[in-house]
Design a protein around this ligand. Structure first.
Ligand SMILES: C[S@@+](CC[C@H](N)C(=O)[O-])C[C@H]1O[C@@H](n2cnc3c(N)ncnc32)[C@H](O)[C@@H]1O
Length: 268
């Protein structure tokens, strides 16, 4: 059963329609991924060469490729088949191999059928995707089973408190000491109740996709229920970029983290 109300259509149908736009736009990673998400995730994952890692909801596979290039054995999947086709299009003769699957992460039977149920992964990762799933319990349960006893699962999500449902990006003029100064922030008008909403992950994407707001307590509560503990919790921010970026950029808001990166470990 879904932990948020169901959206009126299959969210992965939209992802298939916007996958080419996303792939063309982000390629091997946009600023958000390259500056905030990937380095933090690398550090928390702390992969050793030869370890086996699962990338859940891998999109065009940019992080899976980064993991494979670092010497890991990578299995990656996404629910949108067009994303997996695009991920496979990056394969070259000398690239380290990556095993790709199309799997609906909200479907426990499909996850288990494709990935098995024995503890075979040293680590798992899911970058900026759990907030795009109508239901996260099935994926958490399956990853819990697939991880070796000392394994870790690192995920990132849009920050539920600062970058989620009904976040308004603000620009205000203040006059400290009588000197005009423009400040950029966020205004939050909704947080406590899980709910689906339509959102543009990238400005100008052809159509919005479904996202599923979960307050931090609900998000981590699902992780605890699946048999994980949290052992790292980071809120990366951009350095202030006062000149180069537009008013909607998170680089204008260096005090506000747009994402959460969490490391889970299986309970003993
Ligand atoms: C914001 S993108 C992130 C992709 C990638 N991890 C990255 O960091 O670029 C969210 C991804 O979740 C995938 N997704 C959404 N719903 C899914 C589902 N039910 N099963 C599997 N993947 C899903 C989308 O197709 C998309 O690739």
């Amino acid at each position: 059963m879904s932990d948020t109300p169901n959206p009126p259509e299959d969210p992965t149908a939209i992802w298939n329609r916007i996958a080419d736009f996303w792939n063309d736009y982000i390629g091997e990673g946009n600023d958000f991924q390259q500056v905030l998400i990937m380095p933090t995730t690398d550090r928390l994952l702390d992969l050793k060469p030869g370890e086996t890692v699962l990338d859940a909801c891998c999109g065009n596979g940019n992080y899976a490729r980064r993991l494979a290039a670092s010497g890991a054995k990578v299995v990656a999947f996404d629910g949108a088949s067009i994303f997996i086709d695009r991920a496979k299009s990056y394969v070259t003769d000398d690239a380290p191999p990556i095993e790709y699957h199309v799997i609906d992460a909200t479907n426990e039977a499909q996850l288990t059928q494709s990935l098995g149920s024995e503890a075979r992964f040293d680590a798992a990762v899911s970058s900026m995707a759990l907030m795009d799933l109508a239901e996260i319990d099935p994926l958490l349960r399956v990853i819990r089973k697939l991880l070796k006893p000392n394994g870790r699962f690192v995920f990132s999500v849009s920050h539920p408190a600062f970058n989620s449902i009904e976040t308004t990006l603000t620009s205000d003029l203040i006059q400290p000491g009588g000197k005009p100064k423009q400040i950029f922030g966020v205004k939050i008008t909704r947080y406590a109740t899980p709910a689906p909403y339509l959102n543009y992950g990238i400005l100008h994407q052809p159509e919005p996709h479904w996202m599923f707001h979960r307050p931090i307590g609900a998000l981590l509560g699902a992780c605890f229920k699946a048999g994980f503990v949290v052992d790292a919790f980071e809120e990366p921010t951009f350095e202030m970029d006062a000149k180069g970026k537009n008013a909607f950029s998170w680089a204008k808001r260096p005090e506000i983290p747009p994402a959460l990166v969490v490391r889970l470990r299986p309970t003993l």
